[in-house]
Design a protein around this ligand. Sequence first.
Ligand code: NAD
Length: 496
Amino acid sequence: MSCDTLSTPPLNFISNPHKELFIDGRSCPAVAGERIETFNPATGRVLATLARGRQADVDAAVMSARRAFEGPWSRFTPAQRQQVLVRFAELVEKHYDELTLLESHDMGAPLARLRGAKESYIRNILYYSSQARSISGDTIPNSLPGNVTTMVLKAPVGVVGGILPWNGPLSSQMYVIGPVLATGCTAVIKPAEEGSLSILRTAELLIEAGLPPGVINIVTGLGCEAGSALAAHPDVNRVAFTGSTVTGREIIRASAGNMKRLQLELGGKSPDIVFADADLNKAVPGVAMGIYNNSGQICFAGSRVFVQRDIHDEFVDRLAAYSRTLKVGDPLAADTKLGPLVSQRQLDRVLSYVNKGPEEGARLVTGGQRPGGELSGGYFIEPTVFSNVSNKMTIAQEEIFGPVACVIPFDTIEEALTLGNAIDYGLGSGVWSSNVNTVMRMIHGIQAGTVWVNCYGLLDPAVGFGGYKHSGYGWKGGPSQIDGYLYQKAAYINVG
Ligand code: NAD
């Protein structure tokens, strides 16, 4: 590919593209010795092979995590756990170019976008390092007769299963290993098939940061094998799952055996709502990147774009014109805004929705094509805008997980709220308006875990993130997430 590429360090994995599991602090092959292939989505060619973990490998990893939980890790003080996280942040900073290069090759995100997230990624690690020293119990005045002291103590729940998606492996992983390390839990992580390489590398960095072997283990492989073995494992106390709502339901069923605690971060189909009084110079690019970021493969992508009728036609024209300026191309090129979709399967899925739109009466305004030439081997698709969409159409109701904006007109605030909420999901949402009354009405009325006003997609781990309705439960980030990794224990001490 001919574009100017960002400066890149040598990729260690190129000299050894055959990756193993990471259990008990070291790489080891799967018990059955089987492997799966992963593909570079920009070229469609095989990139690496991964060990195909199954039940026996998950058993070994959980056993290692349990040993570490009861052994050396249990003796780490909060300050020592904090120190590991601080050292990990330093190592991530040092190796960030390598980690992001791995991720870009593996799942296709533009390298410039990943590199731009460096500071916020390191801030996330440091946020969790601060949480390691912020855990406290309570001494509660009671109304009991006699001289009884009552306390509520907190203790780590034990072994956590972290099951990750491919659309942002490094960031999803941090929302699991952060609270695990802050609270003194241990974990077995099952990365997605299409996003394992950066996760395997961070496991090595954690050991370098001083983490005892067994605290974080990585079992690569298929969801229906390694993933389901982990979700159902009787010695796993909590599962933190990020992925589709369909798989989320399976995780709930699998958790029943030993009553696992769950954190479910699931799918979305988020409304991004533009009022006629919005500043369109900000709203047009804001809405566009709210859906096109990561080629639309973001759980909170603002894929349902509601536009007040007075500005509807102008907005559609400007959104389409802006979309055509965005470069689709080599993820390593500095000016690429949209890389490929992650896999052939994902490309087929997105194309099927692009075909479905006009069948149901939507108008394809721009995009919808696969670029040819040097991009023809990869899983690329142009940013796509549909107008004439009604909220009942398939493209307006189902999560496409691609760069497809569906524009729907509305007249009043009430209608915007009714239409925006008429969906099974409730993850993100956006409001573009200069009227504070409109903004406050929307913030209170929208059924979603996050409302972005005159911006889209900002996240801070101290604030937290989660869903309403079928988008899952359990908050990631913020103090309530930390509580999910802790048991509470009441103590009544009769001192009289
Ligand atoms: P997915 O559900 O197919 O896979 C997610 C993970 O689950 C993968 O590691 C996979 O191997 C594993 N898995 C698959 N079947 C399993 C099973 N039966 N038991 C246990 N594990 C299993 O999702 P995906 O396609 O990788 O990711 C895209 C989805 O994730 C989208 O729906 C997106 O909205 C959602 N997502 C949500 C958030 C959030 O924070 N809410 C963030 C990122 C992605």
